[in-house]
Design a protein around this ligand. Structure first.
Ligand code: FAD
Length: 375
């Protein structure tokens, strides 16, 4: 079979760009097809946390994956910056989850203990600090009076997500990959002798394998190759302030100060379907909580509010799966594409081409949603 590319990756967002970048590092001929500017693009509107602590509660495989990805981030970022020439503004000085009462703090202690107990072979990466300990650790923090403490994840951090996406695409092209924008894929057809023909409007191309990584566009595409993956949108709204003097030394869940000084405040989790509206209720909810943590924010001007859709699976874990009916076609999707970028560009890309064990992917097959098959 003669094909134009070894792998065609459909979707040039956070997941597709990271995998495509990884595959070119493994000397594969890769085409990355991205859709239209009007597509839902979580990569262009997210919060920018590289986060592990607390992730995968009651889901040890996802916990392990998140921890490994966060641990791999410093090397991944260094290399990506070198290859792309783009600074990611990545920092890994820890991440906080604030607790706003003694009761919340006590349940956080239990939750983090239970989270650590899920993977006893991994050294603890998080701890809970009471208010005194928190103030000693971060003496410049001016906390609201309700803050009782916080959990602190040692390997957590944050990054500029727009620069991350640009760096992945740039480094991918510099490694010899081909990126085509405004190529919304409309059909994927298995070829008789193996491989696939992928068609966008007025354009068609052949590849030995196809990876569907098109975010919320993946459901329609994966059905073309026998992959039935249930995905739903979940709206997240965010606010951003004007530039401020340093007031938050490390990122927190729902609050982070960027390298430029703006403070991002978020994030709602709303089941409203494909609705990108921003709402006053969402803004009020986010601002109220932020002010209870950092009252100094009351003097800040809000400069922007936006909404974006998360790519959610029913249980929140990623899906990595190969098609049984169309060998060579696969899907990769997750709701923490920033945090997992190091995994997608590294171990996932290697497993995809058979240069590493695929065992790590076994827990993430979408068959887990099919109760009859799983029984
Ligand atoms: C409000 C919010 C905050 C978030 N915060 C964080 C965070 O702090 N940390 C974190 O790790 N993650 C965060 N995320 C999640 C993260 O942004 C996503 O996990 C990630 O963007 C998903 O990557 P993706 O490639 O699957 O989808 P996307 O990034 O949405 O990209 C999908 C791409 O596929 C393309 N496409 C769609 N259909 C087609 C087609 N038919 N043909 C060709 N191309 C197509 C689109 O044009 C798009 O470029 C957040 C998400 C939201 C919404």
């Amino acid at each position: 079979m003669s094909t134009d590319y070894d792998v065609i990756v459909v979707g040039g967002g956070m997941v597709g760009a990271a995998v495509a970048y990884g595959l070119t590092g493994l000397k594969r001929r890769v085409l990355l097809l991205d859709g239209a500017d009007t597509d839902y693009r979580a990569a262009k509107a997210n919060f920018g946390l590289v986060w592990a602590h607390g992730k995968g509660f009651e889901q040890p495989a996802y916990q392990r994956l998140s921890i490994e990805a966060a641990q791999a981030w410093p090397d991944f970022a260094r290399r990506l910056e070198e290859e792309s020439g783009i600074s990611l503004a990545y920092e890994r000085n820890g991440g906080l989850h604030f607790c706003l009462s003694e009761q919340e703090l006590a349940s956080r202690v239990k939750r983090i203990d239970a989270w650590h107990a899920q993977t006893p072979d991994i050294s603890p990466t998080a701890r809970v600090l009471d208010r005194n300990e928190l103030e000693r650790r971060f003496p410049t923090l001016r906390l609201g009076r309700e803050v009782a403490g916080a959990s602190l994840g040692d390997i957590d951090g944050h990054v500029n997500p727009l620069r991350l996406l640009a760096a992945l695409q740039t480094a991918f092209v510099r490694r010899g990959g081909r990126l085509e924008c405004n190529r919304a894929v409309m059909a994927i057809r298995a070829l008789a002798g193996g491989g696939f023909e992928v068609s966008a409007s007025g354009y068609s191309v052949r590849g030995g394998r196809v990876l569907i990584a098109a975010g919320l566009g993946s459901t329609a595409l994966s059905a073309m190759v026998g992959l039935d993956v249930p995905l739903r949108p979940q709206r997240g709204q965010l606010l951003v302030t004007e530039r401020l003097a340093p007031l938050l030394p490390v990122p927190a869940s729902g609050l982070r100060q960027t390298g430029e000084g703006t403070v991002m405040i978020g994030v709602t989790q709303e089941e409203v379907g494909y609705d990108l509206a921003t709402t006053a209720e969402g803004a009020v909810q986010m601002v109220r909580k932020a002010l209870r943590i950092l009252p100094d924010l009351a003097r800040a001007k809000l400069v922007r509010q936006w909404a974006c859709l998360r790519v959610m699976t029913p249980d929140g874990m990623p899906v990595y799966a190969d098609s049984k009916s169309h060998p060579g076609a696969s899907i990769a999707t997750c709701h923490s594409g920033v945090s997992l970028a190091s995994f997608h560009a590294g171990p996932y890309a290697k497993a995809f081409v058979g240069e590493a064990s695929t065992a790590v992917l076994d827990d993430f097959h979408h068959d887990r949603f099919n109760v009859q098959k799983a029984a």
